[in-house]
Design a protein around this ligand. Structure first.
Ligand code: CDP
Length: 783
């Protein structure tokens, strides 16, 4: 009979991360820690020009260097039909250049050598004949008449325009604007920023010539999707490809795409019959891989005099770089930019998006955001603050007046999303209370009397995560559903195999906690496996906070499947009908006789030793989960800053962040996610930016030019929470990973603008460097 139950450390417990044991001992296994017998090393030659015709490549001097095994060029790749590859959005991207380079840092050739230093040295010995062409570095230049056509190899492409998409109701929105008492507008730019994971990208491609088996160890957030793409592009049988993503030192979206380096290393291994390792250097990572943002946006809001929002118009021009590589759901063209009406009960909205090719690296990765949520969130929260001032209302009151009310959920937004649940007033009220808003406004007024510039900024963001329902979401036609496979061994210990891939988020801990809650097995008795396509169920990977809404749900569902079978086994052991068996915290008891009980471990043992006639042995199963809807986490952030008008330097005095991501599986991990996200949001607001000069030279190729916030600059964050479960998620959870990065930049910028509004400053584009702030003050004072 069952032993006394101890508390199961499942959902709601701040269980310490099991991953950290190996990480803090320096015992993680990252790609660069791995060494295979006979392994060769690859280095990539990159273009110094942003746009230049390739007249020829002479690799002979490099080939002559001792230790060089081969120089791979675009021509060689073309012979194997691998010079171009598809992107996530169905565009094409050059693997190695054959005709012309289209951005600075583009892959031109690769050296394979016996030693990584020899490979790098040999790059300087490759002679390339470039003929520079005119350069385009912004959507405005790209759209100008006579601009050089960047993608002239594409049939029918006579300009640099990529797409024109619209969402919402134009006629209704025009009517709302025609009838508006007041219209407020804002032009803003969300700069190009980089996920900058600690570990750069890399791979070891190991193609075995004897068996035809290709094992590729890769820094990938989406190993299954990558395997399918490899099979389709290289024409290799899918069962002969195994993608293994070992420990990953941060992804943030940077490790979602297929980069040319992976493809060239695989081709080189196939041709040479040796494993080939490629590890990207920091500057390569910064100049050539997955950027985010780079959106120029114009927003307009229609208002009544009493402060009611009546319509929203947004036009955005996206700088996509030389190849359109966004991870792009084929149905929702403007992607999750549809969230641009935010937390507000806007009766109508119309959104127009145009994408342009430029001579910059391809971008559009979901850097802690799903398909443009960040830009949308920033747009609406900046516009709302300016609108409040323009109509003479307090920004908190203005928001509250226009929030979607708690009883309006599920709520259909003006651009067609169905928000699952929300309590925007709750999050706002808690944030205002925590920050002491009323008192702060008084102090701000007093400080202004003394000539001090205090600013209070708010952002009440609504996020949208968990792509997604198969009817609406896919990547390259692959539906965005995910799987979980659970096996409970005879001794009651379990192994959970999941299709998501943790890159530091703690999935090995939290997904075990879901099983723990559902089955009553302690989390330390559940091993979580991920990142190996041969050994985990299919799924589209981990990015854009989709793991909890999709794989988290699959984990709960597969656990329930096993619980149903375990109940049958318990009934057999207890010699009662299944209907008389109750379950709680790992114990099956007989209704009305609670001391007649067996544990889940007893049931698991019986599954292999003593199961009823007609039942299959074993206690295992697999579930693929198709979410019925996305989930919509939300929150309110409040930031207090003080700006020095003499220097433009601003510092954060307070930062209060109230988040609601539904039921929290592991509160400590959720807080860690929020801290990380807030730090990234602060970095983008304050200092991070990749710029390009007029020749297309990338300024931001190292951490001296691309500034990341360290512990020194990062403000202290004060967190709060409300809990509004998702009604359709089996455990009521919503994603959280990206929320703080999505929600916070507007709060920081709004705080600085709040401080400077009385001086006449209406807008400053991120990052708010002290120089820019100072210039904005000067410009306002002289105008
Ligand atoms: O897809 P990704 O893992 O990046 O994002 P997520 O689904 O938001 O999850 C990030 C981490 O927070 C995971 O370890 C989740 O299990 C955890 N989490 C949680 O404990 N409770 C939630 N309601 C949401 C996420």
């Amino acid at each position: 009979m069952a032993a006394e139950t101890e508390e199961i450390r499942g959902i709601g417990h701040s269980v310490r991360r099991v991953e950290d044991d190996r990480f803090i001992r320096g015992a993680g296994t990252y790609i660069d820690d791995m060494h295979l017998p006979g392994m060769l090393y690859m280095a990539i030659l990159r273009s110094p020009y942003a746009h230049a015709k390739l007249n020829g490549i002479d690799p002979s001097r490099a080939q002559a260097l001792e230790g060089v095994i081969a120089v791979v060029t675009g021509e060689l790749m073309a012979q194997h039909n691998l010079a171009w590859m598809p992107t996530m959005s169905g565009d094409t991207q050059a693997v190695l250049v054959t005709d012309k380079v289209r951005f600075q840092g583009q892959e031109v050739a690769a050296v394979i050598a016996t030693d990584p230093y020899v490979a790098t040295d040999a790059l300087e010995l490759i002679d390339v004949d470039y003929e520079p062409l005119g350069v385009v570095v912004s959507p405005q230049q790209s759209a100008a008449t006579g601009a050089p056509v960047i993608r002239d190899e594409k049939e029918g492409q006579t300009d640099n325009h990529i797409y024109h998409w619209e969402a919402g109701d134009q006629a209704e929105t025009d009517k709302a604007f025609a009838e508006a008492d007041k219209v407020v507008s804002l032009d803003t730019f969300y700069p190009r920023s980089h996920p900058s994971p600690l570990e750069t990208c890399g791979c070891i491609a190991d193609v075995n010539p004897a068996t035809g088996q290709a094992t590729i160890y890769m820094t990938s957030q989406a190993p299954h999707a990558i395997r399918t793409v490899f099979a389709l592009v290289a024409g290799l049988p899918e069962e002969k490809i195994r993608i293994v993503s070992p420990d990953i030192g941060g992804g943030f979206g940077n490790k979602v795409p297929v980069y040319p380096g992976y493809v060239v290393a695989t081709a080189a291994s196939l041709l040479l019959g040796h494993p080939v390792k490629w590890i990207e250097e920091r500057s390569e990572n910064l100049i050539s891989t997955g950027f985010a943002r780079d959106y120029h946006m114009h927003g307009e809001m229609a208002l009544k005099t009493d402060g009611t929002m009546t319509g929203l118009r947004v036009k955005l021009d996206a700088d996509e770089g030389a190849f359109f590589a966004d991870a792009q759901p084929s149905k929702f063209k403007v992607g999750l930019f549809h969230i641009v009406s935010g937390s507000y009960d806007l009766p109508t909205a119309h959104v127009v998006a145009d994408g342009y090719y430029t001579n910059k690296a391809p971008g559009g990765v979901a850097y802690r955001c799903s398909f443009r949520v960040t830009e949308a969130s920033y747009m609406i929260e900046r516009l709302v603050q300016n609108a409040a001032y323009e109509i003479g209302m307090d920004p908190a009151d203005f928001r509250k007046q226009n929030f979607i009310e708690k009883d309006q959920f599920p709520y259909r937004s003006a651009t067609g999303f169905e928000y699952d649940s929300g309590n925007y007033h709750g999050a706002m009220d808690l944030a205002l209370e925590k920050v002491g808003y009323e008192q702060l406004r008084k102090e701000q007024a007093e400080a202004r009397e003394e000539g001090r510039l205090i600013g209070i900024g708010l952002a009440s963001f609504t996020e949208v995560v968990g792509a997604g329902p198969h009817k609406d979401y896919d990547i390259l036609g692959l539906k965005m559903n995910d799987g979980a496979e659970l096996r409970v061994h005879p001794t009651g210990k379990a192994i959970l195999k999941i299709s998501s891939k943790t890159q530091g988020q703690g999935h090995e801990t939290t997904f075990a906690q879901i099983v723990a809650s559902e089955l009553g097995i302690q989390p330390e008795d559940i091993k979580v496996m991920h990142g190996d396509t041969d050994n985990t169920p299919y799924g589209l990977g981990t990015y854009a906070s989709r793991s909890t809404p999709t794989v988290g749900a699959a984990t709960a569902m597969v656990s329930r499947k096993l619980r149903d079978k375990a109940r049958k086994l318990a009934a057999h052991l207890l010699e009662v009908s299944e209907d008389d068996v109750e379950f709680e915290a790992g114990r099956f008891t007989v209704r009305g006789a609670p001391d007649k009980a067996v544990t889940i471990q007893d049931a698991a043992f019986a599954a292999y030793t003593n199961f009823p006639d007609g039942m299959e042995a074993g206690l295992e199963g697999v579930t693929y989960y198709d979410p019925p809807n996305l989930t919509f986490p939300f929150g309110t952030y409040a930031v207090v800053v003080e700006v020095d008008a003499e220097t433009g330097v601003w510092k954060v005095d307070r930062m209060v962040a109230v988040d609601d991501c539904g039921v929290r599986i592991n509160p400590m991990i959720v807080e860690g996610q929020i801290h990380g996200g807030l730090c990234e949001g602060f970095g983008i607001a304050a200092m991070e930016q990749i710029t390009f000069d007029e020749e297309g030279n990338c300024i931001g190729a190292n951490f001296l030019d691309y500034l990341l916030p360290t512990a020194w600059e990062t403000p202290r964050f004060e967190l709060g929470e409300t809990v509004t479960p998702s009604p359709h998620h089996p455990i009521g959870a919503k994603g959280v990973g990206e929320s703080a990065t999505v929600g916070s930049p507007a709060a920081f910028v709004n705080a600085v603008i709040d401080a400077l509004w009385p001086l006449g400053v209406r807008n400053i584009d991120m990052p708010l460097t002290s120089g820019k702030v100072w210039e904005a003050i000067q410009a306002a004072q002289t105008s």
